[in-house]
Design a protein around this ligand. Sequence first.
Ligand code: ATP
Length: 316
Amino acid sequence: MIALKIKFLTLLYAIFSANIPMKIKVLAPAKLNLSLRVISRREDGFHEISSLMQPLTLSDLITITIDDGAGITITCDDPDIPIDGRNLVHKAARAYLDVAGIERKIHIHIEKNIPVAAGLGGGSSDGASTLMGLNEALGGLLGRAKLFEIAADLGSDLPFFLMQSAAVASGRGELLRAVKLPEYSYILINPGFGVSAGWAYSNLTLTETPHNIKIKDYEESAERLCYIGGLLLERPSNVLDLLENDLALAVVAEHPEIAELLLALRKSGADGVLMSGSGPTVFGLYLTRARVDQALAVLKKGLAGRNFRIIAVHGI
Ligand code: ATP
């Protein structure tokens, strides 16, 4: 009887210790804003937006190691990124454990491929992937709605990355409707300096946006994006009518070289060009993949010797 009991306990130990420490790897994709309209400034300091957002094949790699114990540590191959409590990955892991009501020893390594403070949502994506990775590794302790709640508390762009799909975002970015987009190709050019999203929003003059939108137009704007987004599979070129970014005016006025890069993309044969999010990364959209290789060669030659990152990517 005692032998049986020991055997049972050994089996239990084997089951529960087999996965400790456990390691999980999660991709954290970048995003583009194919359309970003800023509608109004809210009393809580956030802005009402409507945006068509596209996840990309360009991504960071998040490796999460979970062990018994307590404490969260971060390492990152980019020395300029904070690895303490300011990192969104750290904030996401802390929030996850608090809401789940558990404690674990967690180490997260960030392999950074997405340019930083670039309008590509890198930090938010890393945070969202941390939430998803932890939840998967810990057997789905939290439901989808709870994950979205934590994400929205951490930042306006995080909920989008939990969708794992192109989407129209409204509210301050947390109200999301998935949209299926055609397989567009893009070339990104990052000029090598950062722009803070806070700076871009605080330098935006709402009355100077191209549309001079009134508050009542907010739902209309998101509805329009959803409607046109729904038609894109039938007529992919309709996307060209959507390419707009209300933050561009202020950011380009401060950094005129962005206009130069938009022009270079246009000359390379892009069907449409735009700055993404709060910039400074700009992108060219190519309706067919066949044109991208040639455009990439033209851009790399034309911009040789400048400290720019030129990256060909696809939507996912
Ligand atoms: P957003 O528009 O959400 O600000 P972004 O793409 O313009 O996104 P991020 O790359 O997310 O900008 O970086 C913004 C700032 O966030 C950086 O200056 C950086 O110090 C901080 N940050 C915190 N966590 C991360 C992270 N995991 N990766 C990159 N930056 C991070």
